[in-house]
Design a protein around this ligand. Structure first.
Ligand SMILES: *[C@@H]1O[C@H](CO)[C@@H](O)[C@H](O)[C@H]1NC(C)=O
Ligand SMILES: *[C@@H]1O[C@H](CO)[C@@H](O)[C@H](O)[C@H]1NC(C)=O
Ligand SMILES: *[C@@H]1O[C@H](CO)[C@@H](O)[C@H](O)[C@H]1NC(C)=O
Length: 420
């Protein structure tokens, strides 16, 4: 199908496809009525070396009381063609839920409030439901049956409000720049930035990161380089099922390796989102492989059964693991680096993260358990503005009577009897 125009594309998106082939995403029986739709974000224009870090409110999203089964997204151009990371680097896209007064004018977002995920960072940090970075094309997001992320429940929406969704899209165009790695790691000198976006001077030891590549900043171009501005979109595909009582809801947690949790009178999280990896000074002489290890230890007020897990890292990352209090592995996720030129396989970029799909019931976080996240990066060379997150989907209950005998066959039995 050729890409025609945004309007036609939306028309197509409105015709929700009822998938006749069940998704190959799990175990047990697949849900019969998985719906799927493709949407486009609002258009953003990006020139060589420039940055888009923008918020788009009220994005297209399936209506009604539903359970999300997957969320895929990638950057495309006006012809609908996938744009490779070495041209437009996808730093991150995140999708968050908010409530807006009904009949609100759209221009001013002062009276909306974000309905964040289940934690665990402080109020305004890492509250999204969905989101990935450069790995977006190669990372599985399917949620096995009978689980789902339940949204659009009218009973949860405060009186007089409606549920909406926004995107934050952070993309960096690196066509013609002097140093692609430096621009994607947001080195402040390449952006000629010494103050943050609100005019506050940056600390002298802040060499790079989000504070230096905010919306409309410009990374340094090679002398004389000229290239066209482009109009791009985030094209996203959602799969969902209508709510029914057999769906088991999942909670979204994001654990951040920069969280300096403090046990004071009131437990306080302090997630920094990003951090700096100092270069390996010794070369590899001491045989530690020049690995930077970032750890944070965090109590989980509420636990549950882990159904899905995935880490988010930047270039240089070589894996992140979440451990339980007794040292068992809850989820370990590793990056895959591309080897070619084409979108989805760009050499030197993280093009996918491995995911965790434990047999439901087999991996449980206890209420009040302290978990440890470990994020490893190669520190030869060092890096700025890196991240080490683990995103978890957790079920507080398993499907009816399940796992009394915690055997796989009893699970199949239950699922089969549910879906027929
Ligand atoms: C938004 O509207 C409120 C109430 O009308 C007003 O107080 C506030 O200054 C406005 N904010 C912006 C950014 O325009
Ligand atoms: C860098 O920023 C300073 C002040 O903010 C400005 O005077 C200077 O021209 C800029 N340099 C370049 C190369 O844009
Ligand atoms: C991180 O590196 C340390 C030290 O090399 C190693 O013991 C640990 O297993 C690594 N963890 C991950 C998640 O790769």
């Amino acid at each position: 199908m050729g890409f025609v125009s945004r309007g036609l594309f939306f028309l197509l998106a409105i015709f929700v496809l009822i998938l006749s082939t069940p998704c190959s995403c799990g175990f047990g029986k697949t849900h019969k009525n998985v719906k799927s739709a493709v949407f486009l974000s609002p258009k953003f224009e990006i020139g060589p070396g420039s940055v888009v870090n923008r918020f788009f409110y009220g994005i297209d999203f399936p209506k009604g009381h539903i359970a999300i089964k997957s969320f895929y997204a990638e950057v495309v151009d006006e012809a609908g063609k996938s744009v490779p990371l070495h041209e437009t680097y996808m730093h991150h896209w995140v999708v968050a839920r908010y409530y807006r007064p009904k009949h609100q004018s759209h221009r001013n977002h002062s009276d909306i409030f974000v309905s964040r995920n289940s934690g665990v960072c402080q109020t305004k940090i890492n509250g999204q439901y969905f989101g990935l970075g450069s790995e977006t094309r190669g990372t599985a997001t399917d949620i096995p049956d009978p689980f789902g992320i339940v949204v659009g429940n009218p009973a949860e929406v405060p009186e007089g409000y409606e549920e909406k969704w926004f995107f934050n899209i952070h993309a960096i165009d690196t066509r013609g720049v002097v140093d692609k790695r430096g621009c994607t790691e947001c080195w402040c000198d390449l952006y000629n930035v010494t103050k943050d976006e609100y005019g506050n001077p940056l600390k002298s030891d802040y060499k790079g990161g989000l504070l230096c590549c905010y919306d409309y900043t410009q990374c340094k171009l090679r002398e004389g380089f000229e290239g066209p501005k482009r109009s791009l979109y985030l094209r996203y595909t959602l799969k969902w099922v209508d709510w029914d009582k057999f769906i088991v809801p999942l909670k979204v947690y994001i654990i951040d390796s920069t969280d300096t949790f403090r046990k004071s009178k009131f437990p306080e999280h302090d997630c920094q989102v990003e951090y700096q990896v100092e270069p390996c000074i010794t070369g590899d002489k001491d045989g530690n492989g020049c690995v930077d290890v970032k750890r944070a230890t965090i109590p989980m007020k509420n636990g549950g059964y882990v159904i899905y897990g995935v880490a988010h890292q930047h270039k240089g990352g070589n894996g992140a693991t979440l451990y339980g209090q007794d040292g068992r592995v809850i989820c370990s996720s590793r990056p895959r680096y591309g080897k070619g030129k084409e979108a989805g396989n760009e050499a030197g970029y993280i093009v996918g993260m491995s995911t965790c799909y434990p047999q439901p019931g087999s991996v449980k976080i206890m209420d009040g358990e302290t978990v440890t996240i470990e994020s490893n990066y190669s520190n030869n060379p060092g890096h700025t503005g890196v991240m080490g997150l683990v995103y978890l989907l957790v079920a507080e209950q398993l499907p009816r009577q399940h796992f009394r005998h915690s055997s796989r066959s009893s699970f199949y039995m239950n699922v089969n009897s549910l879906s027929d």
